[in-house]
Design a protein around this ligand. Structure first.
Ligand code: CP
Length: 319
């Protein structure tokens, strides 16, 4: 594997999940693979899970790890070409990226959407520049439009807990006080479609996602109807994708909060969320603390999804 930004990069999902479960059973089996290799993890945005799980995954493979927080302690970076750099940004990404590449063997990048320019966000300008100019295999640790390491961990978690071959999985919008990117729901939809589950997306009108990610999913505007018979409820907030309202919060309707009454409509569904989560906005205390909640094992599987991806990138270096 030469890069990891979307489901297509991982190839056969059945093989990827099998590899994940093999690594989970013996996570130090390939501890020689990364010897004398360095992973650089570049964060333009905050993180708890991605930062820790990806470092741990790289260390499990015997790698050295360097972490750079671009906005804390590094020079502020200009990302647009043609800008007269007379402001507070001291360095351009076009110099910084190849310099970073010269110090490492693989690069992970976290760079969220601006939520102000849909075209620029959906062109993935920052991570695409890393792919183009670093000279190294690059993997997404959440980019403007996708969070594939999260979606891969979600898939592993569903495969571990499903009771039927083709479970009903529901992605539900839920309220949040701030505008959030569409990266997590986009990737979740992309991976659930690729897994060929019975997949439903529910949200208020105005929150339609990019049709390229929605794919063959059924879209249901009645959240309670969507929940009926569900095996997995995956809650997430996102801001508007449509051109007129891009990046805006259109609703904070708490009637969309996932609560016990709505979970009772499901087939005793498991509750999932990528975290961090706003309790009693996205989900009630009772649901997230219930025995059907998978949020902690789901987060733990972030180490495993990252380890499969880094392992495959290391194997790609040898070809
Ligand atoms: N789910 C996730 O990516 O968490 P962090 O933002 O804490 O990394």
């Amino acid at each position: 594997m030469k890069k990891f930004t979307c489901v297509a990069d991982i190839g056969d999902l059945r093989a990827a999940v099998a590899e994940a479960l093999e690594l989970k059973a013996d996570r130090y089996k390939y501890c020689e693979l990364g010897r004398n290799k360095t992973a650089m993890l570049v964060f333009f945005n905050s993180s708890l899970r991605t930062r820790l799980s990806t470092q741990k995954a790289a260390m499990n493979l015997g790698m050295n790890v360097m972490v750079l927080d671009v906005n804390q302690g590094a020079w502020k970076l200009e990302t647009e070409r043609g800008v007269v750099m007379d402001g507070d940004k001291a360095e351009h990404l076009l110099e910084a990226i190849p310099v970073m590449g010269s110090y490492c063997d693989i690069i992970g990048v976290r760079a969220f959407a601006s939520l102000s320019d849909r075209e620029a966000d959906y062109q993935e300008r920052i991570i695409e520049q890393f792919i183009r100019y670093s000279g190294r295999p690059v993997f997404s640790m959440e980019a403007a439009t996708g969070h594939p390491l999260q979606a891969f961990a979600d898939l592993i978690t569903i495969e571990e807990h499903k009771q039927t071959a083709r479970p009903k999985v529901v992605l539900t919008w839920a309220p949040h006080p701030k505008a959030l990117p569409q990266a997590v729901p986009n990737s979740f939809a992309e991976w659930m479609n690729a897994a060929d589950y019975d997949f439903v997306i529910t949200h208020p009108e105005g929150y339609e996602l990019d049709p390229r990610f929605v794919g063959n999913a059924r879209v249901e505007y009645d959240q309670r109807k969507a929940f009926e018979g569900a095996d997995f409820i995956y809650a997430k907030n996102w801001s508007a994708y449509n051109e007129a309202d891009y990046g805006k919060v259109l609703s904070q309707d708490r009637d969309w909060t996932v609560d016990e009454e709505k979970m009772a409509l499901t087939n005793n569904a498991h509750f999932m969320h990528c975290l961090p989560v706003r309790r009693n906005m996205i989900v009630t205390d009772g649901v997230i603390e219930s025995e059907r909640s998978l949020v902690i094992p789901e987060a733990a599987n972030r180490e495993i999804s990252a380890q499969v991806v880094i392992k495959r990138l290391l194997e790609g270096l040898q070809k």
